[in-house]
Design a protein around this ligand. Structure first.
Ligand code: ATP
Length: 411
């Protein structure tokens, strides 16, 4: 960047005591002219600096945008095969494509053959990944002791009963099932709109059976771990085996088990491989001991039939939005620790919450509490719930999820 020329000097006024009036006046006039001139010059410089500053600010914004785009763009995973004079030979996971890529001097020092790296669309190495166990930890949420209980779940008693029968009984009474000679359902698929308590149900079963809860999100598998999906599915089942009794919860299973499409893009092939791995793990499941699998989806209509065959997810449980009584129960659950004024009638309130899911009701109670706090009260009144309702219903998120970003659900 070129340095700006130095600023003009401050004009000096030289008045000689021997000067007569006219000369003094002339000197003052000249001095005044010079000051105006310097002032104009400074004005110009200021304009110049301001315009330069605006340019720089634009440049910074642009760089920030590019940085964000880089950070959020999907990266592919590859292994460094060999380091040569001309760069690194890397092999992309998933399609085993080998490429030679240039390295920055810093990466050159850092990389070793065998390292796992994240590469972008142009095969340029972006980061060196930690070793595999970390990828495993990132992809899965493992909770040895989840806290949710059946009592925390409202409005879906029938679904709780079905899940207990299909998942809890076989875990607790594994011997009885063996003796009678029946095979419990392999996998349970919970389907229904978002925020109805599917994840809670899976956590509650794990809690109630003292099982480790291991969650993997289907969408993350295909979005964040491109090239790793199949291996992570294998890891998921291995980990569950090590930690049994365990409940595996695969959220958003539609992301890896959607109906086959005709397109042959590598992304689809990768998703297919992940699903095949899942199917094969489920097929070999009989020997796995005390591990049960629960999957969840909001997009039941999109699922590939292969996943629903006997021996796979063969117990389907629909988890709908709660009816008025269910909503009343969920309101009670979520206000259990709140000081609620006598003018709040939950049955009345619930009757007005048509189409609210459990998650919407949880949000409503929090919002009502916030209104009380804003008003410097510790007791939540009916008016707070009404204000909360109005706020939620006028915000974009609204309680109506059925027209979400993927179009209409079938529920
Ligand atoms: N039936 C319910 N009873 C009580 N609280 C509920 C219920 N359903 C949802 N909630 C509240 O909403 C939150 C989110 O619910 P959860 O994650 O179980 O929904 P989900 O059906 O798994 O949603 P998604 O399909 O979006 O993953 C819960 O932590 C809880 O606070």
């Amino acid at each position: 960047m070129s340095r700006s020329p130095s600023l003009p000097d401050r004009p000096r006024l030289d008045l000689d005591p021997d000067m007569n009036e006219a000369e003094r006046l002339e000197a003052l006039r000249k001095h005044f002219e010079r000051i105006v001139q310097v002032n104009d010059e400074l004005d110009d410089r200021l304009d110049e600096a301001q315009s330069r500053r605006a340019d720089l600010r634009e440049e910074v914004d642009e760089l920030k945008r590019r940085n964000e785009a880089l950070k959020t763009a999907s990266l592919y995973i590859a292994t460094v095969e060999e380091l040569t004079e001309d760069g690194a030979v890397i092999k992309q996971h998933g399609n085993n494509q080998e490429v030679l890529t240039d390295l920055s001097p810093q990466l050159e020092d850092e990389l070793e053959a065998g390292d796992r790296v994240a590469i972008n669309d142009s095969f340029s190495v972006q980061t060196v990944l930690d070793d595999e166990t970390d990828a495993r930890a990132q992809a899965m949420e493992v909770d040895a002791d989840p806290e949710v209980t059946y009592d925390d779940i409202g409005g879906i008693d029938e679904q709780v009963r079905e899940v207990r029968e299909a998942v809890e009984d076989p875990l607790i009474n594994a011997d009885a099932f063996r003796e009678v000679g029946i095979t419990p359902p392999s996998g349970v698929l919970l389907h229904g709109p978002p925020g109805t308590g599917k994840t809670m149900l899976a956590k509650a079963v794990a809690n109630e059976t003292d099982a480790t809860f291991i969650k993997m999100a289907g969408s993350e598998l295909v979005r964040k771990f491109i090239g790793e999906g199949a291996r992570l599915v294998r890891d998921l089942f291995d980990l569950a085996g090590e930690r049994e009794p365990a409940v595996i919860f695969i959220d958003e299973i539609d992301a890896v088990a959607a109906k086959r499409t005709d397109s042959k893009t590598s992304g689809d092939a990768e998703v297919q491989r992940t699903m095949m791995q899942l199917l094969s793990e489920m097929d070999g499941f009989d020997d796995r001991g005390e591990v049960r699998i629960i999957a969840a989806t909001n997009r039941f209509d999109m699922l590939d039939d292969a996943i629903l065959r006997p021996g796979r997810f063969d117990r389907l449980i629909e988890v709908p939005k709660p009816g008025p009584e269910g909503r009343e129960r969920i309101l009670e659950i979520h206000t259990a620790d709140m000081a609620v004024a006598d003018d709040v009638d939950f049955a009345d309130l619930a009757a007005d919450l048509d189409d609210y899911s459990g998650a919407d009701i949880a949000a409503l109670t929090t919002e009502a509490g916030m209104f009380a706090i804003r008003d410097e009260r510790t007791t939540v009144r009916r008016a707070d719930f009404e204000d909360a309702r109005e706020k939620i219903e006028t915000s974009n998120e609204g309680p109506v999820f059925n027209d979400g970003e993927f179009g209409r659900y079938q529920y």
